[in-house]
Write a protein that binds this ligand. Structure first.
Ligand code: NAD
Length: 360
């Protein structure tokens, strides 16, 4: 047994505290495919989660990421009330360099070999066009284009769900769901962030944005000259009289550097894994900042792809995503009742749902 295999097995069997059901290592030498499919739980139904295509430095890192992401999907899907467990796949390599039709088809055949225990979708490094290719050999593929029976870009409903989470936060904190007159800062105006801007302006909020890409900022300010721009995320989170901070770029936005200087009273955004490490949720609560858990408010996208399996209907999905308002309020209520931060309350509710499903 080589060192690499040893490392992967160690990651899998010894350091995995998440209790995953199944992990599949996939290799196709002809196309250069190396992938990991992790199924965390099928208690609530087939595992659902996207495919990340990323140049991991080591196989161990790829396995660890797949395990972590799959576990996160179990919680997200349970909280969204979907009949799905959590799973995730990672393809190892730089998509710009190694992504080919042959490789995607090889990957699709591996997903198909699981017979529907895992349903895939897009994630970082994979797009609607890629899922169209995967779907040619695998019926358990979502995130396809509308021409191929899919729902297309999921960021529209993701933004709508985040907006509902913000409205619930406003209701909880200020006794009224409207965001009229509230100052909202968005870090990252990509696919989700820019749709979020539209919802906020429509509701009468004052919006401040920032993005590392000048073209992304320009696209928003050109359409909406009333939107203010902060120099960078650090300037944005220190903005005077900021009511809500919406991290919509990368994970880890809430950390030991950012939390002490946040001026906002609410954090509610689309980015996955916003809490940089365990304990940050407590730091936020200690500062009196209300945190709407990321995987609860950004579930609009997975609600959309899950619907594809039943013949996509936008209005039905939008109605489901609107329920993120009630779910977020219920989490704040549970957090208050149990005397714990909202992130811990969300985990408790999700774990309860999975345990009940296992016991049935
Ligand atoms: N698209 C979805 O449906 C969906 C669903 C759930 C969660 N999310 C999460 O929401 C986040 C945004 O997703 P997206 O689809 O809009 O991605 P995207 O890549 O289209 O947009 C992200 C934007 O953030 C900007 N950015 C990167 N680093 C930054 C930094 N340090 N400071 C400021 N801006 C920065 C990028 O330039 C880009 O414009 C991601 O974390 C994603 O995982 C997305």
């Amino acid at each position: 047994m080589t060192d690499v295999t040893d490392g992967v097995l160690h990651t899998l069997f010894r350091s995995d505290q998440g209790g995953h059901e199944q992990v599949v290592l996939c290799q196709d030498r002809a196309s250069g495919l190396k992938a990991v499919i992790a199924i965390h739980s099928t208690a609530l139904g087939p595992a659902l989660g996207g495919t990340r295509f990323y140049p991991y430095a080591t196989e161990e890192e790829a396995v660890a990421d797949a395990l972590n992401l799959a576990r996160g999907m179990s919680y997200k899907n349970a909280m969204a009330g979907l009949g799905h467990g959590g799973g995730k796949a990672v393809i190892i390599g730089d998509p710009e360099r190694i992504k080919t039709e042959e490789l995607l088809l090889a990957y699709g055949r591996f997903v198909a070999s699981l017979g529907g225990r895992y349903v895939t979708a897009c994630d970082v490094g994979t797009f609607v066009a890629d899922m169209d290719v995967v779907a040619r050999v695998c019926p358990w593929t979502t995130g396809r284009s509308p021409e191929n029976g899919g729902a297309g870009d999921s960021s529209v409903l993701t933004a709508y769900g985040v907006f509902q989470g913000m409205r619930a936060s406003a209701q909880h904190l200020w006794g009224d769901p409207t965001l009229r007159g509230r100052r909202v800062g968005i870090a990252g105006v990509g696919k989700v962030g820019r749709h979020l801007v539209e919802h906020l302006l429509e509701d009468g909020a004052e919006v401040v944005i920032t993005d590392v890409r000048p073209d992304a900022v320009h696209r928003v300010t050109e359409a909406h000259p009333e939107v203010a721009v902060a120099a960078d995320t650090d300037a944005l989170i220190r903005t005077e009289a900021l009511d809500i901070y919406a991290p919509c770029a990368l994970g880890g936005a809430l950390n030991d550097e950012s939390v002490p200087v946040l001026t906002a009273k609410v954090v509610c955004g689309a980015a996955n894994n916003q809490l940089a490490h365990p304990g940050v949720e407590k730091d936020l609560a200690d500062r009196g900042i209300l945190y709407a858990p990321d995987y609860v408010v950004n579930a609009g996208g997975v609600i959309q792809v899950a619907d594809e399996l039943h013949g996509f209907d936008f209005d039905r999905c939008r109605a489901k995503a609107a329920k993120i308002f009630d779910t977020t309020l219920a989490i704040f209520a549970r957090a208050k009742e149990d005397g714990i931060p909202p992130a811990a309350a969300a985990d408790r509710i999700a774990e309860q749902r999975m345990a009940e499903a296992r016991g049935r």
